[in-house]
Structures are given as structure tokens and as C-alpha cells.
Ligand binder design. Structure first.
Ligand SMILES: [Zn+2]
Ligand SMILES: [Zn+2]
Length: 459
């Protein structure tokens, strides 16, 4: 039994911590040095004739070698290699993959990690053929999920697809991935500090489902990555393996929990907002995990500040009273463009700004304040610690380094609460009537404000 199966073994059967059944829905996973040699044997488990999907970069990194190994075993295969320098997961790429697909093939070999994996998941779903993912970079935790992050009609969306039947991660290949991709993988892992913190806080305030066993499982993965962080910049095998395993397992943790809580919180919403603005306005954006790592540093600062709050019921109620839905919509549209429409429609369904619901939450926040602070202290390291971790890999340590002004960061922070119907730090601050007060304090900008004042609030 390999590492991954051993780590998932405690989750077979009913979970003693939460009483639910957790299915990681994960097939065979092999991680380690020289693992690519196992490719022909793993491929043979899925079919006789693979269709290979790669792009120019992943072809060089691993595709060529994969073909040599398959050919040496006498296996027949077809292939399609995208020729774009920057492959985009949109209609054109999916169309090209489909139009080049060889229906005589009975399985798929995806050589890549991000876009190639997203496309292969859809190709697998459409064709009904199982696929093996041969990873080329440990850059984010979507390896094993059954959804594809795509761009449709110019907007980023998530489409249901099919997860890989098997994953092959050769650390000799992964450790040679471009350094920003290794930094991104670590960034997506340290993001889990706030994800787990917010999961627990929401369970307390909103009675949201929470599994302590899954949370602990993710904590172990993060610890493993951070303990090895010194070796990541040196591309040491052990560090690369820890990040790869952490990413695969935290992806599996989301499947087991049936929600994204174990692996995604406010820091991910900063990243989503930067992506949305990148698409809509050409604003700066970066790799998912790089953005999540930087946003984790911002989030640690936000939580450090939350710890200093003395909640005030009257202030919170007066603040919620001043909220105007039409102003909020205008602000959202101005900052996010078309992506805001889905968020507006979501709020119309969920009613998180409903005043009665706010009063109920507020009472629970006030009575549970000490516990909330205790959770934060247990889950989120200091901003100084996060900065040190990022620095050890050479990753960016400020939003300015990613090209965002203080005002943009502050506005993105306000809007993190609207990305999904998920209770996160910015919603807690809104509930307390302190979102703008703390936003201006943490993310100041001396330059004149372009258009934006306060989300939905008129004084
Ligand atoms: Zn459980
Ligand atoms: Zn992520």
C-alpha cells in the first residue's frame, strides 16, 4: 500500500468524528522519484490505446519521455499537442482537443497539471474514456477533482467533469517545473490555514457542517509542506514530494467533505477576484497558487487585526441598517464587470444581508467571541510567520508585488465576502460593522480614490 492509500485508510467506513461516510473518489496515485517508468503498466490498467494530450511545454517536460516508454512496450497511441505558447482553457482549446481526439483510443493520457488537466477532465467526461494524469508541476490542488476551471464566453466558470482514474507524479519531473509553479503549490497549501479557521468559525456561528478528522488531515499535509519549505527553493525531492502529496490530498479532502471548506477560504476569494479583474479589465493576475500565497499573508494580517476587536452590538446593528442593496450592486459591477452578475444573483437567492439573519448571527458572534478568538489563535499563524514561509521559496510577499494598489486590495477585500455563499473573515467583519474601518486601516492608499467608497454603504 502506498503513502496516499495509507493516509486515506482511516477514512474508510463511517467517520467517528462526524458520523458521515467520506469517499475521496481517488484512484491509483503514485508519487516519487523515477515513477514515470511505471507509466506503461498504469496505462495498461485503463486501456490498450491511449490518446495523449499535451502542450508544447509539458511535451518537453514529460510527454516525449512518456511516448518513448509506451512505444518501447509496443503500445499504440495517438496524440495531440497544443502549439500555443500560453494555452487558455476556453472553447477553442476544448474544441481543438475534441476535433483531434481519436475515438479509436480507449483511454486518455494527460501530460500536464493546470490547463491540460482541466481539458482532459472534460474530454474524459465527453468521451466516457478514463484518463491518467501525468503531472508536470505541483502548482495547485485541482489534480484529482471532478471539475474543470474553464473560461466560457470570456468568463471563468467551473464545469462538472471527470476526475483522473490514476495520477502519476514523478518528482524528477515535478522538481524541474518552473520555480513560480513550485512557489504556487506551496501558496495553495498555506492557504489552508485560513480555510480551516473559517470552516470552524462558520460551524460555530452558522451550525455549518464541519469534520474535525478531515480538518486534521489537511493540517497534517500543510505541516508536512511547511516543515520541508527550506528545500523547495533548492528543488529538493522531499520538499517537492510533500507539496505534491499535500495538493493531491487537500483536493481529496474537499471531495471527502463534499464542500470546498477544507481547502479554500477568504484567501482564495482574493485570488478569484484578481482573476475576474484580469479577464474583465486586463488587470494584473498571476498563477492561482501565487495569488493564494500572497493573499494568505493578507488574510493573516486580517485575522491578527480581528483578534484585537471588542465587538459592539449597537455599532454592528447601525451599520447593517445603513446597507443599501442597490449601491452594493453598483459597486460590485464597477469593480468586477460581468463576473458580478453571478454574485448578485447568488445574493438574491441567499440573502446574507437580510437584517433578521444578521441579528441572529450577531448574537452568536457576541456570545462566542472568546471561542472565535481561540480558533483564530489555534489555526492562523502570525503574518510574520507566513511572510517567512513565502520568503523561503522566493514567492511574492505583497499584493503590490503582484501589481495591485492599496485601494484595489482594499476593494477586493470588501468583495471577498460576495464571491460565494461562504462565511469568511470579511463577512464576520461586516457582521460586526467594521469592514471598512479595518479595511482602510490595513490596506491604506494615499492616492486619490478612483470611484470607490464603501460597498453598499452611504453615509
Ligand atoms: Zn468526518
Ligand atoms: Zn487553490
Amino acid at each position: 500500500m502506498n503513502d496516499i492509500k495509507k493516509m486515506l485508510a482511516p477514512f474508510a467506513g463511517l467517520c467517528p468524528a462526524c458520523g458521515r461516510r467520506h469517499d475521496a473518489a481517488i484512484g491509483r496515485v503514485e508519487i516519487g522519484k523515477g515513477m514515470i517508468e511505471r507509466l506503461p503498466e498504469m496505462m495498461a490498467d485503463l486501456g490498450n490505446r491511449p490518446f495523449i494530450l499535451a502542450d508544447l511545454h509539458t511535451w518537453e517536460a514529460a510527454g516525449k519521455k512518456a511516448c518513448e516508454l509506451l512505444a518501447a512496450k509496443g503500445a499504440a497511441f495517438s496524440s495531440y499537442i497544443f502549439q500555443e505558447d500560453h494555452l487558455v482553457p476556453d472553447e477553442k482549446s476544448l474544441g481543438a482537443a475534441l476535433m483531434h481526439f481519436d475515438f479509436a483510443c480507449d483511454c486518455i493520457l494527460a501530460v500536464g497539471s493546470g490547463t491540460i488537466n482541466d481539458l482532459a477532465k472534460l474530454l474524459s467526461r465527453i468521451s466516457g474514456k478514463p484518463y491518467l494524469l501525468l503531472g508536470t508541476a505541483p502548482s495547485m490542488d485541482g489534480f484529482a477533482s471532478a471539475s474543470s476551471s474553464m473560461i466560457r464566453d470570456g468568463l471563468k466558470i467551473s464545469l462538472d467533469s471527470t476526475g483522473p482514474a490514476a495520477i502519476l507524479a514523478d518528482t524528477d519531473i515535478l522538481r524541474n517545473a518552473p520555480m513560480p509553479m513550485l512557489q504556487a503549490g506551496l501558496g495553495d497549501m498555506i492557504a489552508k490555514y485560513t480555510s480551516l479557521c473559517e470552516w470552524r468559525i462558520s460551524a460555530l456561528i452558522n451550525d455549518e457542517y464541519y469534520c474535525p478528522a478531515i480538518a486534521d488531515f489537511v493540517r497534517t499535509c500543510v505541516r508536512d509542506c511547511v516543515e520541508n519549505v527550506e528545500g523547495l527553493a533548492a528543488r529538493e525531492e522531499k520538499a517537492v514530494e510533500a507539496v505534491t502529496r499535500g495538493l493531491i490530498l487537500s483536493g481529496a479532502a474537499m471531495t471527502m467533505a463534499g464542500c470546498s471548506r477544507p481547502a479554500s477560504g477568504i484567501e482564495h476569494y482574493f485570488s478569484h477576484i484578481w482573476d475576474m479583474r484580469g479577464q474583465e479589465f486586463g488587470a494584473p493576475h498571476d498563477l492561482h497558487g501565487i495569488q493564494c500565497g500572497t493573499a494568505e499573508l493578507l488574510s493573516a494580517r486580517i485575522y491578527e487585526r480581528i483578534l484585537k476587536i471588542r465587538p459592539d452590538r449597537d455599532k454592528a446593528l447601525a451599520y447593517a441598517d445603513r446597507f443599501r442593496f442597490d449601491h452594493w450592486k453598483t459597486d460590485l459591477r464597477a469593480f468586477l464587470g460581468r463576473s458580478s452578475e453571478a454574485m448578485i444573483a447568488q445574493e438574491e437567492r441567499d440573502g446574507k444581508y437580510d437584517k433578521a439573519a444578521h441579528r441572529d448571527r450577531l448574537e452568536r458572534i457576541l456570545s462566542g467571541w472568546d471561542t472565535i478568538c481561540q480558533i483564530i489563535r489555534e489555526e492562523v499563524p502570525s503574518a510574520e510567520t507566513i511572510e517567512e514561509i513565502l520568503k523561503k521559496t522566493g514567492a511574492p510577499v505583497s499584493a503590490e508585488a503582484l501589481g495591485h494598489t492599496g485601494e484595489e486590495v482594499r476593494t477586493a477585500f470588501y468583495m471577498t465576502k460576495d464571491v460565494r455563499n461562504k462565511y469568511i473573515g470579511s463577512r464576520l467583519l461586516w457582521d460586526l460593522g467594521l469592514l471598512e474601518e479595518i479595511g482602510k486601516e490595513l490596506f491604506p492608499d494615499e492616492r486619490p480614490v478612483a470611484f470607490y467608497t464603501e460597498p453598499g454603504i452611504i453615509d
